[in-house]
Write a protein that binds this ligand. Structure first.
Ligand code: NAP
Length: 494
């Protein structure tokens, strides 16, 4: 092995050196039943990075037992104390940002610089909800007819199950853990099988911050469906928050009916990115680079369909293609790399099929267009022009670095085309016209609309979708409500 290769291998082993590749249940690290384990892979070359405990249904039930046991004590812990634990967790995550970023980059593929950005974003949910923990209000009012007094009391919903995806291994966890901890709920977290390591390190930091045993439990498993079905069949579980694909979300909503658990669903997206002729085109291209290329396009908020007014379409396409074509692909931990690999071989095959179908239907490749030779699961950043509106790439979530451009001739056409999707998570609009901005913000059927920006995620804002993108909000003042039930108390006036 050359010196540089062996140094890279040492850095990788060091980054992976977390003692805790076990289940975290009731404040203790323990192996799965029968010491079962499953492998975690490096998407940059397909090799095995390490392995983690493979929880059985019984192990998951033990985690729920721990969450249930911890619930009464946690619910009655002073809000200030809950908030201060979250604040310490924010500090610890921030202090360990480099370790978390490197680990995330290894298991998920994104560049270390992007992963640092995710640490900053993910940590903000701990800080924001540390501040919200002490602002859980009830109300006192006189009944309209006089006489009685109406009081409301907010209470934690109880033990929760959190199921998170691989694309943002830290932030999709803290968006749920932060408000749940603040509200006084306990939880079982099941991270994605492809990226469990970041969540295990986060669990270690949460414990170090002083979170009592059993409040946060983490089960890694290769039997996601069985484990979640068993937990959701248990009447002690009171809430399920899921971030992932729409088909799995729909299945979980159906399962939640048996025990009538509360559910929050953060599902897929198909974001339109609208560029009007009056827009600052350079700013639109800069916004497009963020909205499209954040996380290699593997984001639910990723710009999926570029709808550009006819007169500026060629200009926008050539500027975007120039930026996209200059990005350097490579291992996320290497210097000078802009774009890491996709998560797995299936992802590359899916993106390839979408591009091939569009080209077969008449789209023109302006840059990119295919996957480079291996190893690793890379796809070259791609811009397509003249994409038919009904091409698969416009109808499905791409989850890769492909920007399909179609044109529109009027505001009404732009709005109609933007809304012509089953999804409703994020939309982006570039225009300088204030009247149009207001009209679009109101007419677009999406949970989030970015005006002249490609980055909308913010811990202080309510993140979430409508239609097939799900329901419920994470972040903002709204985020904590997902974890609170309301008890109404009626009092005679005396
Ligand atoms: P996924 O296949 O739905 O998986 C998400 C999580 O669900 C993983 O932990 C997975 O575990 C688990 N899972 C899979 N099948 C399950 C089942 N039958 N029962 C219970 N759990 C199950 O989605 P993904 O491919 O990881 O993530 C990409 C999707 O997430 C995209 O559609 C993206 O748009 C969406 N997303 C949405 C948001 C949002 O906030 N709206 C944010 C990020 C991502 P395994 O890993 O073991 O399969």
């Amino acid at each position: 092995m050359s010196d540089s290769k062996s140094a890279a291998s040492d850095a990788r082993s060091e980054a992976l050196h977390i003692d805790r590749r076990q289940l975290f249940i009731g404040g203790a690290w323990r192996p799965a039943s029968g010491d079962a384990r499953f492998d975690v892979f490096d998407p940059a070359d397909g090799s095995v990075l390490t392995d983690v405990a493979d929880a059985s249904v019984d192990d998951a039930r033990a985690a729920l037992d721990a969450a249930v046991a911890a619930q009464p004590g946690w619910a009655t812990t002073a809000p200030r104390e809950r908030g201060e634990i979250l604040r310490r967790a924010f500090d610890l995550v921030t202090t360990r940002a480099d370790d978390l970023a490197r680990l995330m980059s290894l298991e998920m593929g994104k560049t270390v610089a992007e992963a640092r950005g995710e640490v900053t974003y993910g940590a903000e949910f701990l800080r924001w909800f540390s501040e919200e923990a002490v602002r859980i209000h009830g109300r006192w009012m006189q009944a309209p007819a006089g006489g009685s007094r109406l009081l409301t009391v907010k209470k934690p919903v109880g033990p929760c199950l959190f199921i998170t995806p691989w694309n943002f291994p830290l932030a999709m966890g803290t968006r749920k853990i932060g408000p749940a901890v603040a509200a006084g709920c306990t939880m079982v977290v099941k991270p994605a099988g492809q990226t469990p390591l970041t969540m295990l390190l986060l669990a270690e930091l949460m414990a170090e911050a002083g979170l009592p045993d059993g409040v946060l439990n983490v089960v890694t498993t290769s039997h996601s469906g069985e484990v979640s079905a068993a937990l959701m069949a248990d009447p002690r579980l009171r809430k399920v928050s899921f971030t992932g694909s729409t088909p799995v979300g729909k299945a979980l909503v159906k399962q939640s009916a048996d025990q009538l658990q509360r559910v929050s669903m953060e599902l897929g997206g198909n974001a339109p990115f609208l560029v009007f002729a009056d827009a600052d085109i350079d700013a639109a291209v800069a916004g497009a680079m963020i909205a499209k290329m954040r996380n290699m396009g593997e984001a639910c908020t990723a710009a999926n369909r570029f709808l550009v007014e006819e007169s500026v379409a060629d200009q926008f396409a050539s500027k975007l293609a120039e930026r996209m074509g200059s990005l350097r692909l490579g291992r996320g931990q290497d210097d000078g790399v802009d774009v890491g690999p996709l998560i797995d071989e299936k992802a590359v095959a899916g993106v390839t099929a979408l591009v091939d179908q569009a080209v077969g239907a008449g789209a023109r490749v302006v840059t990119g267009g295919s996957a480079p030779d291996g190893p690793g699961y890379f796809f070259t950043p791609t811009v397509l022009m003249d994409v038919p509106a009904d091409a698969d790439v416009n109808r499905e979530e791409i989850f890769g670095p492909v920007a399909p451009i179609t044109t529109f001739a009027s505001d009404d056409e732009a709005i109609e085309r933007a809304n012509a999707t089953e999804y409703g998570l994020a939309a982006y609009v570039f225009t300088r016209d204030l009247g149009r901005t207001i009209r679009l913000a109101e007419a677009l059927e999406f949970g989030m609309v970015g005006i002249n920006t490609g980055l909308i995620s913010n811990a202080a804002a309510p993140f979430g979708g409508v239609k097939a993108s799900g329901f419920g909000r994470e972040g903002g003042f709204e985020g904590i409500e997902e974890y609170l039930d309301t008890t109404y108390v009626s009092l005679p006036a005396g």
